[in-house]
Design a protein. Structure first.
Length: 195
């Protein structure tokens, strides 16, 4: 009897279906795909700043220690700078990689149609936008001297602006009508209401 049956076998059909059931499915809209890639870019882009941040930290710490030796008239203990750098450099990389991993996981949640991830990401985007606005007000309020100081960390501001822009664009894309329909369908499919 089984020799005449040509399939599909239960292992060949998607979960939640049975042989003979019409396969309709739904496609991920381009807005969600674009939001996914914007979130991946915003998660990975800050990694290019890690070497720059390590260099700035090294230069600043060296200058502070040199000033300390002049003021205290005592030499820096041998090997102290190396010990600090042996702790700081891996810390910079681990922190940046963990932040990137969280960002990529959020992007994967958006791609899978998880509405709670979309809401959480929207809250983070609002906080990010608020931070940018407060920073702009602070720079304008402190005047040209502060702008000159900030110009020395120009790469940080360029990458931060690109990251924030990608994050906010992703948030806008996630709330467009095609994305809303996708998130609703994904929720219904997880509940077994869409086949």
């Amino acid at each position: 009897m089984t020799e005449n049956y040509s399939g599909p076998w239960p292992s060949q059909v998607p979960t939640g279906t049975f042989p003979g059931m019409p396969q309709t499915g739904f496609q991920r809209p381009r807005t969600v795909t674009a939001a996914f890639w914007c979130l991946v870019a915003s998660a990975v882009l800050p990694l290019i700043l890690v070497p720059y941040q390590i260099q700035v930290f090294t230069d600043t710490f060296t200058a502070v220690m040199a000033e300390y030796t002049v003021q205290s008239r005592r030499p820096i203990p041998p090997g102290l700078l190396d010990q600090i750098m042996n702790i700081a450099v891996p810390s910079f990389w681990v922190g940046a990689l963990l932040a990137a991993a969280v960002g990529v996981l959020m992007a994967l949640g958006i791609r899978a149609g998880r509405n709670w991830v979309r809401i959480l990401q929207t809250v983070f985007a609002a906080l990010s936008l608020l931070s940018v606005l407060l920073g702009a007000v602070l720079i304008l309020g402190l005047g040209t001297q502060m702008v000159g100081e900030l110009a020395r960390s120009f790469p940080v501001y360029i990458v931060s602006a690109a990251t924030t822009t990608a994050y906010i664009v992703a948030t806008v894309l996630e709330w467009l009508p095609p994305s809303n329909a996708y998130f609703s369908l994904a929720k219904a499919a997880r509940g077994g209401y869409v086949r």
